[in-house]
Design a binder for this molecule. Structure first.
Ligand SMILES: Cc1cc2nc3c(=O)[nH]c(=O)nc-3n(C[C@H](O)[C@H](O)[C@H](O)COP(=O)(O)O)c2cc1C
Ligand code: SF4
Length: 432
């Protein structure tokens, strides 16, 4: 039977229901054993950040706890901007209490004076759910004295980048600053860096379960490389789109064929993305176990667990153009190679699809792949590099079709799969 940590059969709709299921108990553990022990448990559990990079959460927390600073902050990243992903919104809708308990545990463990939740202003149901849950938890005495502020942000990809997120919390546009949150935190002045801990919604949602049940219990889920579960999103050309919690290490084929129910008769997957910033996967990658290490070992990435599958009716140059265009629009331009590179890569992929393609277009993409990350402040340029290189290396025959000026053979239109909502009963995402 599938085992889960984060998603229940029914949404947890009150703090009383949360408490009845053991919720709130992790704060008592913290009271008993102290912050250092809680941080050790998070370290020992092997929890890795679910925002995309898979950084070990306990290591992050230890660093913040050890920082010599009068003022510290914790921040929950609820911006969820990765195309193909809907997990954080689903977690906030179905159980905001575990996230809030995790945020409070993080704040008390590292010694933060205040917690922020950065969330897109357009995520209305989640904002309502969160603010009501904060009031309920406060009323039940479950916030441990840590003030929580919900900060509404713009519908920009960079709002989810942690340095852009801190800018928005300080009242500015999400232009990533130079230094990471543990170096320059919130409201820093002069020598006061005020370091901040930034964690993703799903990362924090795991925390109370780990603190309550222990590191070994958490490690009984998933793999050695990535213990635990992940709330995966599966969309695109699969028969059934949706959000599901699975143990880390589950093969990608299970997500596509069992959860996603496969593809139309006679069709098979051609290109599968795990967000816009990783090497796209191919038919040969279907057996890969979904955990951070296994995806990295094949030169791709797990990202935020949002997989979008395109079947063999798609033109990969169209996918390259659509996803690069998303990155180009998202790029803020503070680092010229990122903006110029993503613009040129988008233009060249587009040129290939409309019938003006030649070998020079592919050479231009390959040249920008080498330079698009130059002097970058954030990871967006690296995402463009991984995406474009992955398409060049993974689908040479498809691209060769366009060299010589042949237009696209596919009559599909492809857009970045930005998910606005999910209709579970119909098994469909609503896309922007
Ligand atoms: C361009 C860009 C966009 C990002 N968007 C998100 C996002 O929407 N949500 C998120 O949690 N992390 C996002 N990240 C990752 C964050 O910068 C950060 O690594 C993460 O919030 C850390 O939390 P974690 O350690 O719990 O994963 C993004 C990163 C980049 C480079
Ligand atoms: S890498 Fe790109 S998106 Fe990131 S700060 Fe530089 S220009 Fe902006």
């Amino acid at each position: 039977m599938a085992r889960s940590i984060l998603l229940n059969d029914e949404p947890v709709d009150s703090v009383a229901a949360y408490a009845a299921a053991g919720g709130g108990g992790a704060l008592a553990v913290l009271d008993r054993s102290g912050p250092a022990e809680v941080i050790r448990t998070i370290r020992d559990s092997g929890l890795r950040g679910r925002g995309g990079a898979g950084f070990p959460t306990g290591v992050k927390w230890s660093g913040l706890a050890a920082a010599d600073a009068d003022r510290k902050f914790v921040v929950c990243n609820a911006a969820e901007g990765e195309p193909g992903t809907f997990k954080d919104r689903w977690l906030m809708r179905t159980n905001p209490y575990q996230l809030l308990e995790g945020l409070v545990l993080a704040g008390l463990s590292v010694g933060a004076e205040r917690a922020y939740i950065g969330i897109k202003e357009k995520f209305t149901p989640e904002i309502e759910r969160l603010t009501a849950a904060i009031d309920e938890m406060d009323g039940a005495g479950l916030l441990g004295g840590v003030p929580i502020e919900v900060v509404l942000g713009p519908d920009d990809y960079l709002f989810g980048e942690e340095k852009g997120l801190l800018e928005v919390i300080e009242g500015r546009d999400p232009l990533p600053r130079l230094y990471p949150p543990y170096v320059t935190g919130l409201f820093s002045e002069g020598d006061d860096a005020n370091p901040a801990l930034v964690n993703n919604v799903e990362t924090l949602s795991n925390v109370p379960h780990i603190v309550r049940n222990g590191a070994d219990w958490f490690r009984s889920f998933g793999t050695e490389d990535t213990p635990g579960t992940m709330v995966f999103s599966v969309g695109g050309d699969v028969r059934r789109e949706g959000v599901v919690e699975l143990e880390m290490g589950t093969p990608l084929s299970f997500l596509l064929y069992v959860i996603g129910q496969g593809f139309e008769a006679g069709r098979r997957p051609k290109l599968i993305t795990s967000g816009v910033s990783n090497r796209p996967l191919t038919l040969g990658d279907l057996d890969v176990p979904m955990d951070f290490g296994s995806l990295a070992a094949i030169g791709s990435g797990l990202g935020s667990g949002g997989f979008t599958a395109y079947d063999d009716t798609v033109c990969v140059a169209q996918v390259g153009a659509a996803l690069s265009a998303f990155l180009y629009r998202g790029s803020c331009g503070q680092c010229p190679p990122c903006k110029l590179g993503s613009e040129t890569i988008t233009e060249r992929f587009t040129r290939l699809t409309i019938g003006g393609g030649d070998i020079a277009a592919i050479e231009d993409i390959a040249a920008w792949v080498l330079r698009v990350t130059d002097s970058n402040r954030c990871g967006l340029g690296a995402g463009q590099q991984a995406l474009a290189r992955g398409i060049l290396d993974g689908f040479p025959d498809d691209l060769a079709h366009h060299v010589g000026g042949d237009a696209c053979h596919s009559d599909r239109t492809v857009a970045a799969p930005v998910i606005e909502d999910w209709e579970p009963a119909e098994g469909r995402f609503l896309y922007a």
